[in-house]
Design a protein around this ligand. Structure first.
Ligand SMILES: [Mn+2]
Length: 482
């Protein structure tokens, strides 16, 4: 039996960025040496296909030997890379069997995509017959894999494949979705439509904030897109064995717009930009979590870019909603913004995104402005540069208002961290925390059962009251200071 393998340098683009020609050629020869030594040890024939890919052909007995050795080669590569201070890891996709080389080769390619989608630094091995189970080796790198264009491309291919294998695609964001959740949901819907699949976006009409309301008003001009929006009950009725659920802009099942919808699906894909927490779907088909991305919209727009034909334009509503998602999550390109954020914003603009419509969707109306200033006026100093605003016990606030109040506090000169405590729907007390980067609000929120980023985090506490939560927060801040 024969085997075909593909080796990919996981982060080649990043590795060579900022390196001069001499360093690039050193890196290339280092990679070639590692792979050629490994190939001759294992009596494998290999060829470099391009700067980041190698192909090899082996006997199945060679593969058995590699398996016995648990693909120690991955560790060796990582050790050599560490010695040279390079974030270099590799992934392999290998397939073997009695089928034609065409079939085996294609399977090897699929397996490599799976390895990349799972985060790289690993080997995926599978016999090229239907129903064969894949075997996984490696994948021991701590932390999240570096975000590379290779990985986004692999994600795009993997998502396309998942869509091809299913009939109905359902898309759901977090409760009280913001423009990032809505924009990325429509972006994913667009990809499902490119695959000629039925697709649906789940919204709860009772949990709509002002900006989403304005977006939905605009959506009325696009009846073909408007009819994609359905309720949780409709989604459960429509779901069948050939359905997949795509979670966008969140990954904790309990944050779903509808828990019942989440529970109704076996097959799940996750696209999110929040740092991964403990609560996570069981065995998703695809996990694309990239905490270095500004927004889910940025990730989704990139996936679209890899798939879209040059000529066809995105519907204006979708390009605009995606751009609005990026605006919200980056506060008009002031935080979490990278070169990739601008690249993708440029792409969306060229695709017809309407920036004045973005401004309109995100504008604050008088009522919510008054609610924001009321919250701001309730703030007290915990320390000179840390403020806590505790809201009225009898009033329920939506997450957008709370987030805007926290942002407003943070924009005040001399304030480095702001915490806004409010009552939220469902007997919950929420804390929304923001920091300029001097205070780590993530660890504070984690200690109170929440999570997020260094500069932007939150938590929700059940069965408590505002005073008690404020007290716990103050204790936590004191602990944190020591
Ligand atoms: Mn987001």
């Amino acid at each position: 039996m024969a085997a075909i393998g593909l080796i990919s340098i996981d982060n080649y683009d990043d590795l060579i960025e900022k390196k001069d020609d001499k360093q690039v050629s050193y890196l290339n020869s280092l990679i070639t040496t590692l792979i050629s030594d490994w190939a001759s040890e294992n009596s494998v024939f290999y060829k470099r296909i391009n700067s980041e890919r190698f192909l090899f052909v082996a006997k199945d007995s060679d593969i058995d030997r590699m398996k016995e050795d648990k693909f120690q080669f991955l560790t060796r590569v990582r050790q050599v890379a560490e010695k040279n201070d390079l974030p270099l890891t590799i992934s392999m996709g290998i397939a073997y069997g009695q089928e034609s080389f065409e079939v085996i080769g294609e399977e090897a390619q699929n397996n490599l995509d799976v390895a990349l989608v799972r985060g790289g630094d690993q080997v995926v091995l599978r016999e090229a017959v239907e129903d064969a189970k894949p075997q996984f080796f490696g994948g021991n790198t701590d932390g999240t894999p570096k975000r590379t264009r290779v990985r986004s491309r692999a994600m795009s291919t993997a998502l396309k494949k998942i869509f091809a294998e299913n009939q109905r695609i359902f898309i759901m964001g977090h409760r009280y979705p913001d423009m990032d959740a809505l924009g990325s949901a429509f972006g994913v819907a667009y990809m499902a439509m490119m695959s000629d699949k039925e697709c649906y976006i789940i919204l709860n009409p009772k949990e709509i904030t002002a900006d989403i309301e304005r977006a939905l008003e605009e959506l009325k001009k696009y009846p073909d897109l408007e009819r994609l929006v359905i309720s949780a009950d409709e989604a459960i009725d429509l779901s069948n064995d050939d359905s997949v659920l795509v979670m966008v802009d969140y990954h904790k099942p309990s944050m779903s717009i509808s828990q019942a919808v989440y529970d109704a699906f076996e097959k799940i894909a996750v696209i999110d930009h929040h740092r991964r927490g403990d609560e996570f779907p069981d065995k998703p088909l695809l996990t694309y979590i990239e905490s270095t991305a500004s927004s889910a919209a940025e990730l989704v727009a990139e996936l679209i870019q890899y798939r879209a034909a040059r000529k066809s334009l995105l519907p204006k509503f979708i390009s605009t909603a995606l751009l609005a998602g990026i605006y919200v999550d980056t506060k008009n390109f002031t935080v979490r913004t990278t070169g990739r954020t601008f690249d993708i914003a440029g792409y969306l603009k060229n695709q017809g995104a309407d920036t004045s419509l973005v401004q309109y969707m995100l504008s604050t109306d008088l009522d919510s402005y008054l609610m924001i200033s009321e919250l701001v006026s309730r703030s007290k100093h915990f320390k000179e540069d840390i403020v806590i605003a505790a809201a009225d016990e009898d009033r329920v606030y939506d997450s957008v208002t709370v987030a805007k109040a926290a942002d407003t506090l943070l924009s005040i000169n001399g304030i480095h961290a702001a915490f806004v405590i409010t009552k939220q729907p469902g007997d919950l007390i929420g804390i929304s925390a923001r920091s300029t980067g001097k205070v780590n609000v993530q660890t504070v929120m984690e200690a109170l059962g929440g999570g997020g980023h260094f500069t932007n985090a939150a938590t929700q506490i059940k069965g408590s009251n505002i005073d008690e939560v404020e007290h716990r927060l103050r204790n936590e801040l004191i602990n944190h200071d020591q």
